[in-house]
Design a protein around this ligand. Sequence first.
Ligand code: AMP
Length: 289
Amino acid sequence: MRIVFMGAPGSGKGTQAQRLVQHFGIPQISTGDILRKHLAEGTPLGLRAKEIMASGAYVDDDTMLAIIRDRLAQPDASKGFILDGFPRTVTQAQGLSKLLGDLGTPLDVVVSFEANNDEIIKRLSGRRVCELCKKVFNVHTAPPSVPPECVGGRDEHQVVQRDDDKEATVRERLRVYEEKTRKPLASFYSYTGLVRTVDADGDIDEVTRRLLATLKAGGGAKVAKPAKSKRRVARPAKRKPPVRRRAAPAKPKSRSKPKSKANSRVVKRVKRAAARKARPTRRKSSKRR
Ligand code: AMP
């Protein structure tokens, strides 16, 4: 299954993508994570992206498309993928369509996560991440602790707030998302019939249930169904012959035939009687003469 997850930063699409990875056995491809890896490794791209990411702006389209082209060429993406945070602009969406079109593997579904902005600001500004094991916490819902899987153990486990999770940056990211991503991409994908909306507010498990139900109900290749059902609707129209059935009481017509025969017989009888009457009258008058 080839899926795009669209949603404001903090709408929970990353968390839900991780859950689908287990469910469908396909990789989550998060462009934000890829950029953060470059940043952590100090690559030229990471150094270039650092400032941009900290301000809440977008990295340029050419760079992002090159990242995705490389990532989709890796073997694990051949059976499907969940794109998390890409595309973010119409140029990226067009580039992705072209890329997948050339590979003959078009998208199956675009999931749009709809979340309340106040909820998002609370979620993101409360988010904390362990720099070592990358485990995510939230000061409101899942307070930081030392997870057993953290390789650094209690001494090195270090929970921090991402620069772009600071409240002012979160607000700027939401503004940029609205302007460059939500509206333009909703319009771009509206013509494909691939978009499915999921209410992303509330409990994480509940959102997962909604997401799976949405995918089951209408995602993937099932998008082709409306065309089939249209054909099915057309068939009964051909089959219904209510006019013929109503016309079947053609019996009244056959009944009317004898009526008309009877009528004609009566007419003949009347005519004959009239003729008989006429004859003696003529004879009588001839006798008189
Ligand atoms: P994310 O973790 O998806 O919220 O991404 C974090 C930051 O990485 C964003 O605020 C952008 O600065 C940058 N970024 C991630 N994905 C993209 C993309 N597809 N296009 C442009 N910038 C991106």
